[in-house]
Design a protein around this ligand. Structure first.
Ligand code: SF4
Length: 458
């Protein structure tokens, strides 16, 4: 996934505001965090593996003065989880130096890498993001033209903030797969993956960066240009299902409201006689509230989640599955003797749901009816979500009944594609739903290996 942030201000403490912005975007990536700051001449970058709160301290932030800052929270889809792959990355090219943070995934990265390497460009990382930086950095054209020329070469998903020669730059692929929003803080301009980051720094939401658009902020203010034509918009519908924070507005729609409506639709499409509706915290909760509202079955909390289990957390060994799920969830007495409707946003690999159902049954639940507020995930994502291998998707080769048996539930139902779409209130031709429908808005490579550009182990 990843979160990106950018701000330009001559008055404000831009590195501190970038830190706060990243804090609001922590849910988009917990593997690494970084901030790059420029004072016009000097460019400084701080990157660390781990959570935002651990990556920077007061002293470090004070040592990052400047007028422009960009930030990044990382969730790896290309390249390993290691310090060298943390962002913002810096690339020194023939024409300029580019610091850049990227949310998304390129689908034509192989040919671009080959071309750059063939031209003698040295790539320091296994990131597709560095390819974007390298293309901009070697182009002698004026900055906006160099970005536009680069965008014309890229295929796939990219929402980017960059810092080049004291200018804040942001651009978004012509399909608009990943969100990117523009805000204003007094006279200053702020850019963020989600509106929740603009809210946190006190900025007003102005508008989305449009698909195919580049915006840049220099000492003269904000500039914008349609860099590449945008045909069909394809905002990732999974942002509304799971990724985005519920208090964000994505594509102009509040995510929490969309999730509640998904739960309401689900109750209409797949009713059940039961005593209690519970949400799988946290992302299943809004849909559970909607399911309860539409069905009249009371909602209550019944699973307590430990919110401090990050992706970088040391995982228990294979044989310690029980501890694995217990590290995240613990049931309350509330479930005992009850017919439970357990609502979650999606099933990807299926292991967690199977363990949760067993946990609820062990805690005394009489029945566990699983309701999923999105359709079955049947196909991989090539646009920045780490589920690239179809074999890992539990529903790819199973019927709904086989999935019910797989997770051990009393019954299992998914929300229909139409129901999900209606809940977002967005037009069908403005979103990507490919992992549910197999209809990709772009050509896609046959198979993608996440670590394909990493050096082989010695
Ligand atoms: S394939 Fe799925 S996860 Fe990927 S962009 Fe499309 S809707 Fe989002």
């Amino acid at each position: 996934m990843c979160g990106v942030f950018g701000i330009r201000s001559e008055e404000r403490d831009v590195s501190r505001l970038a830190y706060f912005g990243l804090f609001a975007l922590q849910h988009r990536g917990q593997e690494a965090a970084g901030i790059a700051v420029s004072d016009g001449g000097r460019l400084t970058v701080l990157r660390e593996i781990g959570l935002v709160a651990h990556a920077f301290d007061e002293q470090q932030l004070q040592a990052l003065p400047g007028e422009v800052a960009i930030g990044h929270t990382r969730y790896s889809t290309t390249g390993a989880n290691k310090w060298a792959n943390a962002q913002p990355l810096i690339h020194h090219g023939r024409a300029r130096t580019v610091a850049l943070g990227h949310n998304g995934n390129l689908v034509n990265v192989e040919e671009l890498r080959d071309e750059l390497i063939g031209d003698g460009v040295k790539l320091a990382s296994g990131l597709d993001s560095e390819v974007i930086a390298a293309l901009i950095a070697r182009d002698p054209a004026p900055l906006a033209d160099a970005v536009a020329a680069t965008m014309a070469r890229l295929e796939g998903a990219y929402s980017v903030t960059a810092l080049v020669d004291g200018t804040l730059v942001a651009f978004r692929d012509p399909f608009g797969f990943r969100p990117l929003t523009l805000g204003q803080l007094g006279e200053d301009w702020v850019i963020a993956s989600e509106t929740c980051a603009l809210d946190l720094v006190g900025a007003d939401v102005v508008r989305d960066v449009q698909p195919g658009e580049v915006v840049w902020v220099d000492e003269e203010g904000l500039h914008a240009a349609q860099a590449v034509p945008s045909g069909r918009n394809a905002l990732c519908i999974f942002e509304h299902v799971y990724f985005a924070r519920p208090d964000s507005r994505v594509g102009g729609v509040e995510v929490h409201g969309a999730r509640v409506r998904m739960g309401e639709r689900l109750a209409e499409e797949a009713p059940v006689e039961a005593d209690l509706v519970i949400g799988i915290p946290d992302s299943g909760t809004p849909a559970a509230i909607g399911f309860s509202k539409a069905s009249g079955i009371p909602f209550n909390e019944a699973l307590i989640k430990n919110r401090y289990v990050a992706r970088t957390f040391i995982q228990p060994e294979q044989g310690m599955r029980e501890q694995g799920i217990r590290m995240k969830f613990n049931p309350l007495d509330e479930v005992e003797g009850k017919r439970i409707v357990a609502v979650d946003d999606s099933i990807v690999r299926g292991n967690t749901m199977r363990q949760l159902v067993q946990m609820l049954l062990d805690a005394g639940a009489a029945e566990v009816h699983v309701r999923i507020s999105s359709p079955p995930v049947v196909s991989p994502c090539f646009y920045g979500i780490d589920m690239a291998d179809e074999d890992e998707l539990a529903a790819a080769h199973r019927s709904v009944e086989e999935m019910r048996a797989h997770v051990g539930a009393t019954s299992l139902h998914y929300l229909s594609v139409d129901g999900m779409q209606a809940a977002t209130t967005l037009p069908e031709d403005s979103v990507c739903r490919a992992c549910f429908t197999r209809n990709y808005p772009t050509s896609v490579p046959p198979k993608v290996e996440k670590l394909r550009f990493e050096p082989a182990p010695a």
